[in-house]
Write a protein that binds this ligand. Structure first.
Ligand SMILES: Nc1nc2c(c(=O)[nH]1)N[C@H]1C(S)=C(S)[C@@H](COP(=O)(O)O)O[C@H]1N2
Ligand SMILES: [Mo]
Length: 228
């Protein structure tokens, strides 16, 4: 069967600057997170907090939202990319507007969102970037429930940003006016690794020049791919 025109165009588009195509969608972990146990068996939750009128768990409410399916490319900051990954779940823009804005009521000006994973990983993105139509909270991959290796039970998918922004094993997120005191890129990683936006098209890999960071990151590819 020939894929539809939009998908053919998508598949033919070149990779962003400095990326190479990986054979398959690899399970990836940054250093210690490669071996960090993910707590299992606890009931799933999606806790909203930070500078909000009310902190609450919205896991049960996700079911009221329209489901969304998409095919998007995935770009790890170390350089590997995977084409055409099929996700389904909910658009973050819907989670924000239909649930969070009404129930948690983030303060005006709380424009940075910090996402937290149950392995201790965390990352932030500007709320404005999260409103893009392809930013989602995904609970399936390739039509199957999202397994632990790719971030089950729920993960962020933000295709226009490097993979390190797409937090796996999501159990909550927070809105902050100033995220500084509440969040830093997981230790022991240096702060310069965490670009506030990390847009792939602009090659915002880190807060260091790309001529320096590209070859260094390339060295991390083999050691960072999680086996098992
Ligand atoms: N909770 C958590 N989320 C995470 C990571 C992690 O180690 N823990 N690694 C990040 C990085 S660097 C990448 S490239 C992607 C990889 O997703 P994958 O394991 O599904 O390939 O997840 C991101 N989200
Ligand atoms: Mo990554």
């Amino acid at each position: 069967m020939t894929p539809p025109k939009a998908l053919r165009r998508h598949m033919a588009s070149p990779l962003p600057p400095g990326q190479f195509e990986a054979a398959r969608f690899q399970r990836f972990g940054l250093g210690k997170f490669r071996t960090m146990p993910v707590p299992q068996g606890a009931p799933p939750q999606l806790a909203i907090g930070g500078d909000v009128a009310r902190s609450l768990d919205i896991w049960e409410r996700l079911a009221v939202l329209p489901r969304h399916e998409q095919v998007s490319d995935f770009h790890c900051v170390t350089g590997w990319s995977v084409r055409s990954v099929r996700w389904s779940g909910w658009r973050f823009a819907d989670v924000h507007a239909i649930i969070a804005a009404v129930t948690a009521m983030p303060d005006a000006g709380a424009e940075t969102v910090v996402f937290r994973g149950s392995d201790g990983y965390a990352c932030s993105l500007p709320l404005a970037d999260l409103m893009a139509g392809d930013v989602m909270l995904a609970d399936t991959l390739d039509g199957q429930p999202l397994g632990l290796e790719h971030g089950g039970p729920l993960r962020l998918v933000a295709p226009a940003h490097y993979g390190y922004k797409s937090v796996k094993h999501l159990f909550g997120f927070e809105y902050w006016r100033d995220a500084g005191p509440h969040y830093r890129f997981p230790k022991p990683y240096p702060r310069f690794m965490d670009h506030p936006r990390a847009r792939v098209a602009q090659e915002e890999r880190a807060l260091l020049p790309n001529w320096l960071i590209r070859p260094i990151y390339r060295l991390f590819v083999p050691g960072s791919i999680k086996r098992g």
